[in-house]
Design a protein around this ligand. Structure first.
Ligand SMILES: *Cc1c(COP(=O)(O)O)cnc(C)c1O
Length: 403
């Protein structure tokens, strides 16, 4: 397990102040200082404990089902003229990569002496992954969710309740994800001693982006081992992932960040088109701002109001981007592309027919850009298949092509 390696001073890793280049930091209200400082001071020391690593590794293996396979997609490879491998995070318990992070954070919460967990969720995927580990660890679990999202995502709300979580509706503002975040932060301010806030992506105040990235870095750690076995070289030519806040992407890139031969491709959600006014392509449309207590690229109006994002896939429907990715974009280390709703849907149908795998709509955005990357036939390409498509069946059926 390499999650606790010392990376201080390495490019593309967080510095001691919590920054990636000019992005990151912890712009939290004063009343939240004690909670965030406790995490900043303790997280690396806890991740380095042998007992922590042993428990994390064992749960990832026996409960989540890791290592997830690295699958050589033969027919997809023929179609795009490269050697394409899929990292099968869709086969994890609960159906996506999010559980890697919630397992890590609940083990951390236990070691901090916390007895109560809170989280925010939009589509409910992170809420389900959090409620799952709370059931596993017998912890009280409160999930904040926008009132509109609660109506839109009834099956996930039911799952969270069945798992024993209390789902609290955020009824302010647009009654969606950002309002749920505000409610969760309010709760955390009021319960600083017994409560840990499990943030669901590689965003938010330092140390969350680095902490979440370390938990998800098991993805690239496994890719290197699996590629070495399959091809004799641990490094691919390309790693490709979709980006909402950026946790599956950060985990997929982590052990390749300082391998200059490995090209990093990030795919954001263009919604109905990057400039349609219905998009979530943050690097294309965003400017420097502060969202969820971090300085990063952010979709906003000229007077700094956060723009309501849009994507067909709930997991990518976020107006910001984690600070690591803003830095990868600004330095040119990463190439950022954007896939529309229609392109993502087409890619989902294509993977299903070529490989017999129904991908999540989020992951389909990464697949949708394979035709735009100038591959050589010998190029080894790893695409993170961040989740499975069961949760998106309604959307797939509604948009089924007439064939
Ligand atoms: C939540 C989610 C995402 C987006 O979140 P990231 O933090 O950017 O990884 C991507 N894929 C799936 C399947 C998800 O559930």
């Amino acid at each position: 397990m390499k999650i606790a390696e010392n990376t201080l001073g390495l490019p593309y890793h967080v510095d001691e102040r919590g920054f990636y280049g000019r992005f990151g930091g912890a712009y939290v209200p004063e009343m939240l200082y004690p909670n965030v400082e406790e995490l900043q001071n303790r997280y690396l020391e806890i991740l380095r404990e042998p007992s922590f690593q042993q428990e994390f590794e064992q749960l990832l293996r026996d409960y989540v089902g890791r290592p997830s396979p690295l699958y050589f997609a033969k027919r997809l490879s023929e179609k795009y003229g490269a050697q394409i491998y899929l990292k099968r995070e869709d086969l994890n318990h609960t159906g996506a990569h999010k559980v890697n992070n919630t397992i890590g954070q609940i083990l951390l919460a236990k070691r901090l002496g916390k007895t109560r967990i809170i989280a925010e969720t939009g589509a409910g995927q992170h809420g389900v992954a959090t409620a799952t580990v709370c059931a596993l660890m017998n912890m009280e679990c409160v999930i904040y969710m926008g009132a509109i999202d609660i109506q839109r995502q009834a099956p996930n709300v039911a799952r969270m309740k069945m798992l024993g979580a209390t789902v609290v509706a955020a009824t302010s503002g647009s009654q969606t994800l950002k309002d749920a975040c505000n409610e969760a932060i309010r709760d955390w301010i009021n319960n600083p001693v017994n409560t840990h806030y499990i943030l669901g992506t590689a965003a938010g105040p330092h140390p969350y982006p680095d902490m979440v990235t370390r938990f998800q870095s098991v993805i690239s750690e496994e890719i290197r081992k699996q590629l070495e076995e399959k091809t004799g070289n641990p490094n691919p030519n390309y790693v490709v992932a979709c980006i909402g806040g950026g946790s599956n992407a950060a985990g997929t890139y982590y052990h390749f960040l300082n391998e200059p031969d490995v090209k990093i491709i990030a795919v954001e959600a263009a919604g109905k088109g990057v400039h349609s006014g219905h998009s979530a392509a943050t690097t294309q449309l965003g400017k420097l701002g502060i969202i969820h207590a971090a300085k990063t690229l952010l979709m906003q109006t000229d007077d700094g109001q956060i723009t309501e994002p849009y994507s067909i896939s709930a997991g990518l429907d976020y107006p910001g981007i984690g600070p690591l990715h803003a830095h990868l974009y600004e330095t040119g280390r990463g190439t950022f592309l954007a896939a529309t709703d229609d392109e993502a849907l087409a890619a989902a149908y294509e993977l299903t027919r070529l490989e017999g795998i129904i991908p999540a709509l989020e992951s389909s955005h990464a697949l949708a850009k394979l035709g735009e990357i100038p591959f050589k036939p010998t190029d080894v390409v790893v695409v993170c298949l961040s989740g499975r498509g069961d949760k998106d069946m309604e959307t797939f059926i509604r948009n089924l092509p007439n064939k």
